[in-house]
Design a protein around this ligand. Structure first.
Ligand code: SF4
Ligand code: SF4
Length: 392
């Protein structure tokens, strides 16, 4: 109740409504749990509008576990557990239909095949020189598309591929590529394989890996999220790996929720930790690079320095600090599609800063943020490992 977290909340900063801030949302959750508050559409909207950026949690002096709390309350809303305990007036039924849609939405967007098909359609339109038409008239989906022209059809990484097997003493790592690894994010996957091979690692990418479950976890489908994590543990657990490397800070945070038999490490952090002596010298690159820090990297993984430490391995690179890295960019999983106006407003300060600084590259270790910023900037945002791979 101290309110220290409130000024750090991006959604509170937009509406100045207590119910759109962490303290207000905790009060709403308390009211629902005690049965003094109905799960009506207004209440649901205030809880649903949270970005799960956890800026509030990182400053709370009482160490309130806000991230776990909002996941739990959304899970309870999705299962209608509050409907029988409401005691206040009018239409108290929760938006059951909306929650059913949320569950289906998460399941649709957490399929590699879905992204692959969408990417194939976009590639076709681009080749017909109709990409601009999709971006202009494709509604929110069109606006959310990054500016890069897909030059290749979705990349299908072969089942149980071991990339460029190294000599017998090579260490073998697994690569978790996420739902977008064969479409939106395939350049980062290719770059990761190249860099890891150059460092003497064989890379295994099991085709049967599934979504990390982040969208389900934050969308109230906790059971499905846990099932997906368990499936990935089984897939990678029996593969005789030194480590499971994850492309995407949000996916890494999600897979780290539970203990795994193989160490799970976000790839930027893994590469940054490899001593300089094990790297072949990278050629100098005098480019200016701005690093966008995803909330999942700073507040879930608590590794805000990984990207900079990795990029420091490239001689001559100039890192341009971003003052807007203390605030969520607005992507927040599917938030950019479900709350487009809010997502765009939250992105604006980042775009203003980048347009003033004019760096040669913008990097982000999370594909959701990268896509959202690239769509607003009209220029690519790449994964840091892609910059490293350029020198190989
Ligand atoms: S997680 Fe982010 S958006 Fe949600 S209440 Fe906390 S600071 Fe606000
Ligand atoms: S979550 Fe923490 S910082 Fe925010 S009001 Fe409660 S005790 Fe204070």
């Amino acid at each position: 109740m101290c309110g220290i977290c409130v000024p750090y909340c991006p959604t509170f900063a937009l509406s100045r409504n207590e119910a759109d801030g962490p303290r207000g949302r905790i009060s709403l959750a308390l009211g629902l749990a005690e049965g003094t508050l109905a799960a009506n559409p207004d209440v649901v909207a205030h809880l649903d509008g949270c970005l799960t950026c956890r800026a509030c949690e990182s400053v709370c002096p009482s160490q309130v576990q806000y991230g776990a709390l909002i996941d739990e309350v959304r899970g309870a809303l999705a299962q209608n557990v509050f409907s029988a305990t409401t005691s206040l007036n009018e239409s108290t039924q929760p938006k059951a239909a909306q929650h059913r849609w949320t569950l289906w939405r998460n399941r649709i967007f957490s399929q590699r095949q879905t992204f692959g098909r969408l990417w194939a359609v976009l590639t076709f339109f681009e080749r017909m020189h109709l990409g601009g038409f999709i971006r202009r008239f494709g509604g929110r989906f069109g606006q959310a598309l990054p500016p890069q022209t897909p030059s290749r059809l979705p990349r299908r990484f072969r089942p149980n591929q071991v990339a460029n097997l190294q000599p017998a003493n090579a260490k073998k790592v697994g690569l978790f590529i996420g739902c977008t690894g064969e479409s939106l994010n395939s350049d980062a996957v290719r770059a990761s394989i190249r860099v890891l091979n150059a460092l003497g690692y064989a890379v295994e990418i099991p085709k049967v890996q599934v979504c990390c479950g982040a969208m389900h976890q934050h969308g109230g489908d906790l059971e499905r999220a846990a099932a997906l994590r368990a499936e990935n543990r089984t897939v990678f657990g029996g593969a005789d790996l030194t480590a499971l490397l994850v492309i995407g800070t949000a996916c890494a945070g999600e897979l780290l929720r539970e203990a795994n038999s193989v160490p799970v490490i976000e790839i930027t952090d893994f590469l940054a930790e490899i001593p300089d002596a094990e790297w072949s010298p990278l050629p100098p690159n005098p480019a200016r690079v701005a690093i966008h820090l995803p909330c999942s990297q700073t507040r879930m993984l608590k590794q805000p320095a990984s990207t900079e430490r990795l990029l420091q391995k490239i001689p001559g690179l100039k890192i341009v600090p971003l003052a807007t890295n203390n605030r969520c960019c607005g992507a927040a999983g599917l938030h950019l599609l479900m709350y487009p106006e809010q997502a765009d407003t939250l992105r604006t300060p980042k775009l203003i800063e980048l347009n003033e600084l004019k760096p040669d590259f913008v990097v982000s270790a999370n594909i959701g943020c990268a896509t959202h910023i690239a769509a607003g900037l009209g220029a690519p945002v790449v994964h840091p490992v892609e910059l490293v791979a350029m020198g190989l």
